[in-house]
Design a protein around this ligand. Sequence first.
Ligand SMILES: [Zn+2]
Length: 103
Amino acid sequence: MNVDVPRSVKYRKQSEVLELVWSDGSTSLIAGQELRKYCACSTCRAKKQVGVDVITDVGTVAGMVPMGTSGVQIIFSDGHDRGIYPWSYLRDIANNRAMAAIS
Ligand SMILES: [Zn+2]
């Protein structure tokens, strides 16, 4: 599989949007709320399977921990820090394919 690692990853604090620039030059913008909603950690995945809405009021990103070529760990301002987002998954979220990717 071809791993597409973004050229740059930035979180725009003011607009609360994650900006990813891919190797082909295209840009993806993902809102913090959206990232929170699609958190794919085992806890959130289990909640989604039983239909529990994981969205909290605070969907803003408090921090990011780069995981090299595999992806990024996102720490949310509600204290949730278990979400690791592979680059391909972020691309799926940006392209509205995330639901298909986790189900
Ligand atoms: Zn989670």
